[in-house]
Every structure is written in C-alpha cells, then in structure tokens.
Design a protein around this ligand. Structure first.
Ligand code: MEV
Length: 312
C-alpha cells in the first residue's frame, strides 16, 4: 500500500456559535493550519494517537476512530496524527482530526475522499467528541471555505446546509489564546439547561444572534469589513448575555479592540478560556505586538483575495 496523507483544516466561527446548535445560522471559515493524518501499512485498522493528547483525549480519539473505521470496513491501515493546532482550544481540532482521519480511511478503503463523503464519516467521529454537535465544525473543515451554515434535520449523515460566502476584500483575523479552556460539552450542556429552564428568554437571544448572522453574511459579500466587525462586537455582547464568556475572554476581546480590531469576540465554545478573534485589515503588526507580550496567537485569512497565509 502506498503511504497516504491527508489534511483537515482547523476552523474559526466568525459569528453564531452555540445558537447554531438550536438551528440558527452561523458563519465559519477554515484555518490554514489543522491536523495532518498519515496512513501506512498495517495488519489491522489502528490509530496512533498524538503524544500531546491527554489520557481522556486519547480514549475519545480511539473510540471515534473505531466508529468511523467500522463504517468503511476496517481497512488495514495504521493512521498517525500530527496536530498543528493546539488541541481543545476552540479552533476545531477535533473536527480537523476527524476530517483528516476520514480522508485517510476513505482512501485506504478504496473510496474517493470527496467533501461530502469526508463530512459524513467525520460526523460519526464528531458525535463521539461532542455529543450533540451542530455539524458546523467538521463541515467547515471538509469544505475548506468560508461558509454560511445552518443545521437541518436531514437524511442520516447530513447535518446541515452550507453556502460559500465570497468576499471581494480579504477577511483576516488574529486568533489569540486566553485563559484555561472549558470542554465544549460542558459549556453546551450548561447552556442547554438554562435554555430549558427559561426557553422564551433564550429563544429571543438566539433569534437576535441569527438575525445578526444573516445581516453579516451580506456585509461579507459586500466587502463591508466595518459592518462585519460591528456584528462581531454585538455577537460578543450576546454571547456574554447567554452566560458563555469569562474575564479571561473579555480581557482579550478588549485588548484586541484596543489594538484596532474592527470587531472582536471569542470563537467556539467559550467558558473559562479559549480562542478570541479580532478582525484586522492588517494583522501582522498585531501578531508581532501580542507575541512580544507573550500571547499565543497567529493570523489567518478566512476569505477574499489571497494576500497572506497563517503566521504561527
Ligand atoms: C464549537 O466549535 C461550536 C459550538 O457552537 C458547538 C457546536 O456548534 O456544535 C459551541
């Protein structure tokens, strides 16, 4: 068997995390860093888990792998993972891992790793990682485009509808890590309890986020970065109202705004810490400044005419 290699992109959610779980739209884009999976000859179908993963992550990865492998007839391949992203930082590392692994498994089973086939298989793995994910993470990773995504009830394996959003101007963000990360399952579960207790109040807030996302999709397509930045700021306020932010995340949001971000918010699950994004027409000087200050950060272009790659 020839060695196989596949990539799964990390992701950032520009707008609409959490409410996307309840059927409202979200905008998400791929990072140019993610997870690389390599497939080599083996007597069985096995996963070589990354050494950087902790014991719980390793257990979950093996379970998710077994579920996906079974669906493609357990081809004889040893899959090795090389994460380029921090694991569990809100940057879609599990989706990137699921997508990269699914692409290798499909190839090893003699099937074409199309975006659709990859997304179907990665979805099986994502359910092991997150319980009730909306599907936005692995869809963004498999499509590798800035997308407007909405979860839908659909045939087995299809989680939502995605439409590419094209921008006439580069949409570039600085991604900065802050605080200690809370597991996605916990923040999603705690929000589910609050919304079950006060359904009307939370429905109003989710609806506000949904309208913001629909408006922001138009600002992206018009190249109106100022309008997009304002939508991100308002989204952050609503995420805070939903009880999903924390001092570490808020401090980083205000730090990015003080450095000139057109908009800033946390991205992903939120909680005690994780990733914060700031929209900057020129991200490099900001990355240089934050790095000098000891902040783990990089820049990524999510859409528009290509002018740069990721700066690790
Ligand atoms: C996690 O990256 C995004 C959440 O909206 C969960 C999900 O969509 O499944 C918090």
């Amino acid at each position: 068997m020839n060695p196989l290699v596949a990539f799964g992109a990390g992701k950032v959610i520009l707008l609409g995390e959490h409410s996307v779980v309840y059927g409202y739209p979200a905008i998400a884009g791929p990072l140019t860093i993610g997870v690389v999976a390599r497939g080599g000859p083996s007597r069985s179908c096995v996963l070589d888990v990354p050494v950087t993963a902790d014991a719980a992550q390793k257990r979950m990865m093996r379970k998710a792998f077994a579920r996906a492998a079974k669906l493609v007839g357990e081809p004889k391949v040893k899959v090795t993972l090389e994460p380029q992203l921090p694991l569990s930082a809100g940057l879609g590392s599990s989706a990137a891992l699921a997508v990269a692994t699914s692409r290798v498994l499909l190839q090893a089973a003699g099937q074409a790793p199309t975006a659709k086939a990859t997304a179907r298989l990665a979805w099986e793995m994502e359910q092991e990682f997150h319980g009730t994910p909306s599907g936005v993470d692995h869809t963004t990773s498999a499509e590798e485009k800035l997308i407007l995504y909405r979860r839908v009830q659909a045939p087995a394996g299809v989680t939502g509808r995605a439409r590419e959003l094209k921008s006439p101007r580069p949409v570039s963000v600085v991604v900065a890590l802050a605080g200690a990360r809370s597991p996605t399952k916990l923040t999603v579960g705690a929000l589910r309890e609050r919304q079950a207790r006060w359904p009307e109040r939370y429905k109003r807030l989710f609806g506000q986020v949904g309208r913001l996302v629909t408006e922001a999709a138009k600002t992206v397509e018009a190249g109106d970065l100022e309008g997009l930045g304002d939508a991100m700021n308002v989204n952050q306020g609503l995420l805070n109202a939903l009880g999903l932010s924390s001092p570490a995340l808020e401090d980083m949001v205000f730090r990015l705004r003080s450095l000139g971000a057109l908009g800033a918010k946390f991205t992903g699950a939120g909680g005690d810490g994780g990733a914060v994004i700031g929209l900057f027409p020129e991200p490099e000087p900001v990355v240089a400044q934050l790095t000098r200050d000891g902040v783990r950060c990089f820049a990524s272009q999510l859409a528009g005419p290509r002018v740069q790659g990721d700066i690790p």
